[in-house]
Every structure is written in structure tokens, then in C-alpha cells.
Design a protein around this ligand. Structure first.
Ligand code: FES
Length: 353
């Protein structure tokens, strides 16, 4: 369900990125409390076309009974309709529709040693995690390894520097710039599998870290995941969120292609109400549901954000690509409705689980 929120502040944080803060009306205070790492799905109409995007919340999570602060980072994406709009036209006072914060890439404050490897705008959810954790949990430590192109393109430089000043003993920062030499720190170049495999053991005891958070472009997240696996990190402690999947060529098919039946029927439950509809040729389960239920949840429609996650109650589906669900989730029967196509004549899914 979408709620109208008013833009209360827009800050230019790099040449191609802004931080947008939304005012939360008092009656929606509980709805918009977030767990560090979650994102907001926004909906806006540009030129008569409805656009949906998900943006991670960068602000620390508010303690009860404080007001939630909804500040998101938005970086301009080439050809990205909402990011272009946000950077060029969005103004304080404008209203944007947003769903309650969601996402399972989260770190609720707890004692322990945590680390993140992020690239570009992947810093956004991790900034919320680190700042909330360090402020609330004196027995927690956080190591942030970030990569970007240049210092001037690096988002939230001041906020991260502030964490370093405030928590010199508990916050460790390593920055790698791919296109610029740095005065101190790592030599320039991308963070790839080889570099990470050499760097990580020198920074921290990899296998003892309680939680790893990988966030950024697909290439970096895959490289970091591979390096952590090679260094003995427990798979269950590695969490990831991918921003931007460059092209179709990088898709990871999750099932072999199976011919679709000539006629399928989809039953779906959403917000406690069920419906049943014929599946039209080639369409995804999400599109089938959307024809009758405009409240069906989605944002990217590209298999990346996980908003359309549903439980497969019965039948079989083919998922084209999946950059959002963890193996445990697919193993437990969850699918991405935007990427799933009916393989059996009857399919039933449940968005409420
Ligand atoms: S809508 Fe984003 S993964 Fe399906």
C-alpha cells in the first residue's frame, strides 16, 4: 500500500547523486520505522507514465519513540527515469508515493564484529547499518570496505568520515578508488576477487566476522562473495544486495527452460484476498496478477529488488533471473513473481507469507 509523503529536504551529495528526505506524518510514524538496510519503494508519475523504484534508506534507524527519518540516496542512472527526475526536477514540497520500508538485507543492532564491502551507491543501506549499530551497541565493531571511481563521485563522504571521528576504535574504513590515486590507503584500481583475497585477511579475521554485507554492482558483489568463500567465511553470514544489473547477458537462469503449457491458470493471495485468472501468453505471474490487482507489490520488475517475492503454494514455475532471493529462500519455496512463468496448468502463489 502506498502513502503520500512530502519531500522535506534535497541535498546534492555528489555531481550525480542527491539525498532526499521525506517528512513522515505522525499517523504514519510506526509504518515508516525501518530496520537498518531496508529500502523504500516509491511510485511517481512522469509524463503520464507510472514509475516505481526502490531506494535504500541511509539514515540511522530511529529509536522508540523518536520520529523515523526517511532519507534515501539517489544516484543518477543513465536513462533512469526517476533518478533523472529526482536530480533535475524534484523539489522540496513535492509529494511522492512510498510503501512502508521493506527488504531482508538488514542488520539489527547486536554485539559482534560486522563488515561490509560496497561499491558506488551500495554505501546507502550500509551507512544506515553502521551508524545505527555503532550508536546503539557499544560492543559492536564495523569494518567498511568501499570502492568508487573518484573521491568526488563518492556518496556520503562526510557521514562516513564522521563515523571515523566518532568511533575511532570500533569503526574501520578502507577506501579503494578505481580511477584516482589516493593520498593514503590503497593504490588505485578495481576491487576484484584477487585484490579482495589479498586484502581481507590483512584487515580482519575473515572467518570470525559475525555478518558480512555486500552491496553494489553485480560484478563487485560476486567478486566479494567468491573471495569470502575462498577465505572460509560461513555462507550463512554473508548477505548481499545487488544494485544495477548491467545487461541481460549477466542473468543467472535459475531453472532450465521448460515449454509453457498452452493454458495456465494462476491463483494468488494478496492481503488476505485470493483471486484466480488465466495466464496470458508469455506474461510473468506478476503481470497476470497486476491485470486485476493493481496493489500487487513490485518495483524493479527486473529480478533485483525482491519486492515481488511470493510463496509458491502449488504448481511449477520457471524463473528467468534472480538477483534478490537467497538460496535458502528459493529452497523454501519463494519465487520472484516478476520473473516467474507458469510451467504447469495450475499455479498458486501467496504474497502474504
Ligand atoms: S519487482 Fe523487483 S524483483 Fe520483482
Amino acid at each position: 500500500m502506498f502513502h503520500l509523503l512530502r519531500v522535506s529536504m534535497i541535498e546534492r551529495i555528489t555531481d550525480d547523486a542527491v539525498a532526499v528526505t521525506f517528512a513522515v506524518p505522525s499517523e504514519l510514524r510506526e509504518t515508516f520505522r525501518h530496520t537498518p538496510g531496508q529500502h523504500l519503494n516509491v511510485r511517481y508519475s512522469v509524463g503520464g507514465e507510472e514509475i516505481r523504484r526502490s531506494y535504500s534508506i541511509c539514515a540511522p534507524a530511529a529509536e522508540q519513540p523518536g520520529d523515523p527519518v526517511l532519507r534515501v540516496g539517489i544516484r543518477m542512472v543513465d536513462g533512469g527515469a526517476f533518478s533523472t527526475y529526482a536530480l533535475k526536477e524534484l523539489a522540496v514540497g513535492d509529494q511522492v508515493e512510498a510503501m512502508a520500508p521493506m527488504g531482508r538485507f538488514v542488520l539489527a543492532p547486536r554485539p559482534g564484529h560486522f563488515a561490509a564491502i560496497v561499491g558506488g551507491s551500495g554505501i546507502t543501506p550500509v551507512l544506515s547499518m553502521a551508524s545505527t549499530l555503532l550508536a546503539r551497541e557499544p560492543l559492536a565493531r564495523f569494518c567498511l570496505i568501499r570502492s568508487d571511481r573518484t573521491a568526488s563521485s563518492t556518496m556520503f563522504l562526510d557521514e562516513v568520515a564522521d563515523l571515523k571521528d566518532r568511533y575511532p576504535d570500533r569503526f574501520q574504513l578502507v577506501t579503494a578508488l578505481s580511477r584516482e590515486e589516493q593520498a593514503a590507503g590503497l593504490p588505485s584500481g578495481r576491487l576484484d576477487h584477487e585484490r579482495l583475497t589479498g586484502l581481507l585477511p590483512a584487515l580482519l579475521p575473515v572467518a570470525d566476522v559475525d555478518g558480512w554485507f555486500l552491496c553494489g554492482p553485480l560484478g563487485l558483489v560476486r567478486a566479494a562473495e567468491g573471495a569470502l568463500r575462498a577465505l572460509g567465511a560461513d555462507r550463512s553470514r554473508v548477505h548481499q544486495e545487488i544494485f544495477h544489473v548491467a545487461d541481460e547477458g549477466t542473468a543467472t537462469p535459475t531453472a532450465t527452460r521448460v515449454a509453457a503449457p498452452s493454458e495456465s491458470r494462476l491463483t494468488a493471495t494478496l492481503d488476505g484476498r485470493s483471486g484466480s485468472w488465466p495466464v496470458q501468453d508469455g506474461e510473468s505471474l506478476l503481470d497476470t496478477v497486476l491485470r486485476s490487482r493493481s496493489d500487487a507489490p513490485y518495483a524493479c520488475k527486473g529480478g533485483v529488488c525482491g519486492t515481488c517475492r511470493a510463496f509458491l503454494v502449488s504448481g511449477e514455475v520457471r524463473m528467468d533471473r534472480n538477483f534478490a532471493l537467497e538460496p535458502e529462500e528459493t529452497g523454501a519455496g519463494f519465487v520472484l513473481a516478476c520473473q516467474s512463468h507458469a510451467v504447469t496448468p495450475e499455479v498458486e502463489i501467496d504474497f502474504d507469507r
